[in-house]
Design a protein around this ligand. Structure first.
Ligand code: ATR
Length: 299
């Protein structure tokens, strides 16, 4: 029940109709007993600066940002976290209180990479010391690339239909090595989707394209048996369907696979943590994630 003390959170996007974030955050409130409410806000074209002013004006306790505003929102914030700057996208706005407690600044974070990182731990997907293959070079791919450097992967191969976009991620990441000393300076190679000789045996693969997503579930960025032979772990950032063709092929060849629901869940958990300073223990995470899986796959 909402009352006068309920803390208000939200999501800025356009459109926002299909989001399941309110459901995830309500589950987190229920699990922790936190008195919060999470609301989708449809921010129309050209209204993003008004929306961010609204965070200040209405004393919102935190806001997520989704398509198409993750990049543009940065210019309206007081501060942006270094990883979010590198990735070039903010999906979480956090009010940070200054010393006198009455005034605060708005700081932007990227919890996509944090969520992905937590999801990998949760699902038993290793990163440190592993050869990573990243398929795709869009917004999600940048979060994966930075996570791999942050977590000291052994190497990164980026395969994409458009080579220039893979090259761009490589340049952005490499140019961040000097500024961000906590990143591992991992070797990065790029290639087209057919350059499978770049893939090392035992690789961990992140599939970040939209190929295979509902309703066109028959599509996959790669189909070659030679590729799947070499791969030990697969994370597909798609969560609908529960198992993409890409995941199925990996599984048939003996790889351990995970879909994108973990990433979606843990980016919300991370945002909740940043906003409330409340950390859920493993049992709580398991319970909430179980409810989310039921909601998404059994409704
Ligand atoms: P997001 O921000 O969610 O990562 P995006 O920026 O639209 O999404 O990126 C989509 C990715 O899927 C890109 O890597 C894109 O390849 P291109 O850079 O060549 O456009 C990839 N992709 C989309 N449709 C594809 C297709 N039919 N074949 C191969 N790759 C495709």
């Amino acid at each position: 029940m909402i009352n006068g003390k309920t803390k208000v959170f939200g999501l800025f996007g356009n459109p926002v109709e299909h989001t399941i974030s309110p459901y995830i955050h309500e589950l987190l409130y229920e699990e922790t007993g936190y008195d919060g409410t999470y609301n989708p806000f449809h921010v129309r074209e050209g209204k993003l600066s008004d929306a961010v002013r609204g965070v200040r004006g209405l004393n919102l306790k935190g806001v997520n940002v989704t398509v198409p505003y993750k990049v543009d929102v940065m210019e309206f914030l007081d501060q942006v976290d270094e990883m979010a700057k590198g990735i070039g996208a903010v999906n979480t706005i956090v009010p940070i209180h200054l010393d006198d407690k009455t005034d605060y600044i708005l700081k932007g974070y990227n919890t996509d990479w944090l969520g992905l990182s937590m999801a990998c731990d949760y699902e038993g997907i290793p990163i440190e010391g592993k050869d990573i293959v990243l398929i795709g070079a869009g917004g999600s791919a940048r979060a994966v690339a930075f996570m791999c450097a942050k977590r000291q992967a052994a190497s990164l191969v980026i395969l994409n239909r458009t080579l220039e976009k893979a090259q761009e991620i490589k340049s952005i990441l490499e140019s961040s090595f000097e500024r961000m000393t906590d990143l591992g300076q991992i070797p990065i190679m790029v290639g087209g989707l057919d350059e499978l000789d770049l893939v090392k045996k035992g690789a961990v693969v992140f599939q970040t394209t939209s190929l295979g997503m509902h309703p066109r579930v028959d599509r996959t960025p790669l189909d070659e048996d030679d590729f799947f032979h070499k791969v030990d772990f697969i994370v597909d950032i798609i969560y609908n369907p529960k198992e993409t063709i890409f995941m199925k092929k990996g599984k048939d060849h003996g790889a351990k696979v995970a879909n994108g629901l973990g990433m979606l869940f843990f980016q919300a958990v991370k945002a909740f943590e940043l906003w409330t300073n409340i950390t859920l223990d493993d049992d709580q995470l398991k319970r909430v994630f179980g409810k989310l899986e039921k909601f998404v796959y059994e409704k």
